[in-house]
Write a protein that binds this ligand. Structure first.
Ligand code: ZN
Length: 392
C-alpha cells in the first residue's frame, strides 16, 4: 500500500522545506518534489499536506503503559493506557515502565502490553525492573534478559533519592548499569538505566559518584523527573553539561507547579541557555503513572494520574512561550529519546528508510493527522483506528 503526503513543510526534525513524502507499507521510501511515477502506484492514497507541518511521530520514553501507582492502596492502581490515548496525543512509539509496585505488576505483563500496542499499530518497547532492587529478571540475569528478549531494551525505572526506593547503594546500581550496558552492546540496544529521581536531598549524587569512581559513564543513565523541584533541576543542568542525559516529565498538577516543579517548556529553555545540547534533552509523559502527593512527613495526601497527552503541549509551549525554534524543541520528543535508546527503524526521524511515523500539525501547531507505521490512525483530528476493546 502506498501513501503520499504532498507539499508539506517537513521538520525531520531538522528543516527540509516543502517536500512530498512517499510511504510504502510501513516505511518512508522517497522524499522529494513531484513524484513522476505517481500514476503507476497501485492503490495510492494521497494527503494534501500544503496546510501542514510534517514532523516525526512522537517518542514517549517513560510511560506506564500497563498501569502503575497504588500508593493510596489498591483502588489507586492506575489503568493501562489505550491505543488512542497515545495516537490522539501524536505518540507513535513508547517505552513502558512499571514503577512503584513490583508486587502486583510484572515485566511479563509490561512486555505483553508492548506487544499488544504493536499489534494495534504503534511501536512499543519495555524496560526491565521497577523502583526496587534487586531487579526481578526472566532468566536470572539482567544482561541475558536484554540480549534475549526483543522487547526489553534497558533497565528501569530504578528509584533513587526517594522514600519509595529500596535505598540502593552505589555499587548495586553500578553493577546494574554494567549489566545493562553489556546487554545493550551485545544486542544493538540502548542498554540504558532509566533512573527515577524523587525529592530526596541526595539528588543525582549517586550517579555522579558512579561515573567518578568506575568505568560507567553518566551517559549510561537516563535519569527522569529531573524537573520535579528547583534543587534537583539545578543538578540536572550540571548533569547535562557533564555529558549526561536529562529527561523531564510533562505530566504535572497545579499543586506540583506551585510547590516548585519546573514546567518542561521552561526547563528546556534553561537547559539550552546553560549550554546543554538538545540531543541530551528529552521529555516524557509519565502517562498512567500515579502522581501522589505526600506531606513533609511522608504521609499520603492524595493522588492524580499522568497523561500521555501532556507531552505535545509542553513542546508547543517551548516554541510559542519560550521562543525555541520548532526544529530544536521537537527533538526532545523525537530524535533525542529515540537515539538515546537506539530504537530500531530510525524512530523520531523522517528520512528515506525510516519507519513511516508522522504527525501533521496545522497552522496553530495542533495535531491534525497521525500516521503510525504507514497507517493513518488520526485524520483531521478524528480517530480512525481504535484499540481492541475501546468501542465495546
Ligand atoms: Zn518515576
Amino acid at each position: 500500500m502506498f501513501l503520499l503526503v504532498e507539499n508539506a513543510e517537513v521538520y525531520a526534525p531538522d528543516i527540509l522545506g516543502r517536500q512530498d513524502i512517499l510511504v510504502a507499507g510501513e516505511k518512508i521510501v522517497w522524499i522529494g518534489r513531484q513524484l513522476t511515477a505517481k500514476n503507476t502506484l497501485p492503490g495510492l492514497k494521497t494527503i494534501d499536506g500544503s496546510r501542514y507541518l510534517a514532523v516525526p511521530g512522537f517518542v514517549d520514553n517513560h510511560i506506564h503503559i500497563a498501569g502503575g501507582g497504588g500508593e493510596g492502596s489498591f483502588r489507586t492502581r492506575t489503568p493501562e493506557v489505550s491505543l488512542t490515548d497515545l495516537t490522539s496525543a501524536g505518540i507513535t512509539s513508547v517505552i513502558g515502565v512499571i514503577g512503584t509496585d513490583c508486587v502486583t505488576r510484572h515485566t511479563s505483563s509490561l512486555v505483553a502490553k508492548a506487544k499488544s500496542l504493536e499489534e494495534e499499530g504503534i511501536s512499543a518497547w519495555a524496560l526491565l525492573g521497577s523502583y526496587q532492587l534487586p531487579i526481578r529478571t526472566f532468566t536470572g540475569h539482567i544482561q541475558d534478559d536484554i540480549v534475549l528478549i526483543d522487547k526489553l531494551i534497558g533497565v528501569g525505572e530504578v528509584a533513587i533519592s526517594d522514600h519509595r526506593s529500596s535505598q540502593p547503594v552505589r555499587d548495586e546500581l553500578a553493577r546494574i548499569a554494567a549489566a545493562a550496558r553489556v546487554g545493550g552492546l551485545l544486542s544493538g540496544k540502548g542498554g540504558l538505566v532509566n533512573v527515577h529521581l524523587g525529592d530526596g536531598l541526595s539528588n543525582l549524587d549517586m550517579l555522579f559518584d558512579i561515573a567518578a569512581t568506575s568505568e560507567i559513564s553518566l551517559a549510561q543513565f537516563l535519569p527522569t523527573h529531573l524537573n520535579r523541584n528547583p534543587q534537583l533541576f539545578e543538578e540536572a543542568i550540571r548533569f547535562g553539561l557533564a555529558g549526561g542525559y536529562v529527561d523531564v516529565t510533562t505530566s504535572t498538577t497545579p499543586v506540583f507547579l506551585e510547590e516548585g516543579e519546573v514546567k518542561c517548556s521552561k526547563a528546556m529553555k534553561r537547559l539550552l541557555d546553560a549550554g546543554v545540547p538538545v540531543e541530551r534533552i528529552s521529555f516524557s509523559s509519565d502517562g498512567q503513572g500515579s502522581l501522589p502527593d505526600f506531606d513533609e512527613n511522608g504521609n499520603f495526601k492524595g493522588l492524580s494520574i499522568g497523561r500521555a497527552k501532556s507531552i505535545w503541549p509542553e513542546v508547543r509551549d517551548a516554541v510559542s512561550l519560550e521562543n525555541i525554534p520548532l526544529e530544536t524543541a521537537l527533538k526532545a520528543i523525537t530524535s533525542s529519546p529515540s537515539d538515546h535508546h537506539k530504537l530500531p527503524g530510525r524512530k523520531g526521524h523522517i528520512e528515506v528508510g525510516s519507519d513511516a511515523d508522522m504527525v501533521l500539525l496545522d497552522e496553530n501547531l495542533d495535531i491534525d493527522t497521525v500516521i503510525a507505521r504507514g497507517k493513518v490512525m488520526v485524520s483531521n483530528g478524528e480517530i480512525l483506528v481504535f484499540g481492541a476493546f475501546e468501542r465495546n
